[in-house]
Design a protein around this ligand. Sequence first.
Ligand SMILES: Cc1cc2nc3c(=O)[nH]c(=O)nc-3n(C[C@H](O)[C@H](O)[C@H](O)COP(=O)(O)OP(=O)(O)OC[C@H]3O[C@@H](n4cnc5c(N)ncnc54)[C@H](O)[C@@H]3O)c2cc1C
Length: 388
Amino acid sequence: MQFRFTESALAFEAEVKRFLAVEWSPEVRSRAYAGADAYDVERAFRKKLADRGWLTMSWPKEYGGERRPYQEQYLFQEALNYVGAPGATVAVQQVGPTLMQFGTDEQKARFLPPIARGEVEFALGYTEPDAGTDLASLQLRAVRDGDDYVMNGIKRFTSAAHRAEYVWLAARTDPDAPKHRGISMFLADLRSPGITIKPIWTLGGGRTNEVYWDNVRIPATALVGEENRGWYYAAHALDFERISIFTVAGVRAVFDSLLAWAKELGPGGRRPCSEPSVRAALADFKVQLEVLQTLSYRILGMVERGDHPNYEASVVKIFSTELMQRLQNAGTKMLGAYGQLTPHDPRAPVGGRIAQGYQAAVMPTFGAGSNEVMRNIIATRGFGLPRG
Ligand SMILES: Cc1cc2nc3c(=O)[nH]c(=O)nc-3n(C[C@H](O)[C@H](O)[C@H](O)COP(=O)(O)OP(=O)(O)OC[C@H]3O[C@@H](n4cnc5c(N)ncnc54)[C@H](O)[C@@H]3O)c2cc1C
């Protein structure tokens, strides 16, 4: 068994790192994390990725992409994750690829070029108050009326709704059909009259939203593919997340920053690494990090061979998100009281990233498929056990 990247993939990685050193400098990063203009900074950075063709590097050439080899996509994603830079969006990963396959010519012409240029953003409109893990229970109703659909209902946790132009919206078009077969997908304009967006503030200070749809008229041309085939399209779109769900670099970056902190002289002239519990914890996390790296290479190898990672991706999803949570918990303990200071405070050790990361580490354990469900996938698809 050999883990080896091609020469061209390594050269590309070096190019990406040079780019990040300039365009995602520590100063830009701190503005993106704690500045008043955080979103503008993030969007400007994505535009720079787009200008180089990197935002849509996985897309086929005919749609303005580069169809880069998987190794390059992987190393690119890892380089961005290591420094906490924003990468591909819902528009790039889900809307674009689905439109390429199922969209009308008009939809392709209207949406794909601006997505590739980083000029249009989509929120993800799946979850509702009574439809999260069991997404097919969604109730937001879309009723055809002349040239429009009229939407009524509530979406919850529509994270980017307050800043995106559109939402990739799942709505119920046939309430009498079996629940998976009565759902349609829409490219809905968030500026449409009748939409009310209310903030939900999360533990780490980030914003997500509840979105109320009150007789909102969306043109029928915004329907994607066939009516009532939306479940199939949404599942197809989620397929494109598979290259991005197994990155290791975010965890490695936290580990490296704790290791660097442990070697520094602290108050009283002591280095934290002289504390046996700190040394032992770091050594233990190093072992777990290497396990994650190996699991992640396994998935990359499968994707390269044209295999479809299935329960194997669930293994990595669980291990990476729970390792991140364990690491952030341990980091918070190691740093002591100062470790609770956020990036807004200049006295915060490790730039306040552990305090912020500790709070943010919860969401990935249930976002993009909760870890309980992932465990069920491993049991059923991995071991062939009957459904519980
Ligand atoms: C900060 C944040 C941002 C989000 N952003 C978006 C977004 O932009 N767009 C969007 O559409 N959604 C978004 N979500 C929603 C997210 O995808 C859901 O929270 C997730 O799907 C879980 O749904 P739920 O919250 O309704 O929990 P539930 O589905 O009610 O689950 C509650 C608990 O029960 C467990 N559980 C449920 N069903 C099973 C089962 N069959 N077997 C075993 N255990 C089960 C779950 O694992 C979980 O622990 C966001 C959520 C958060 C918190």
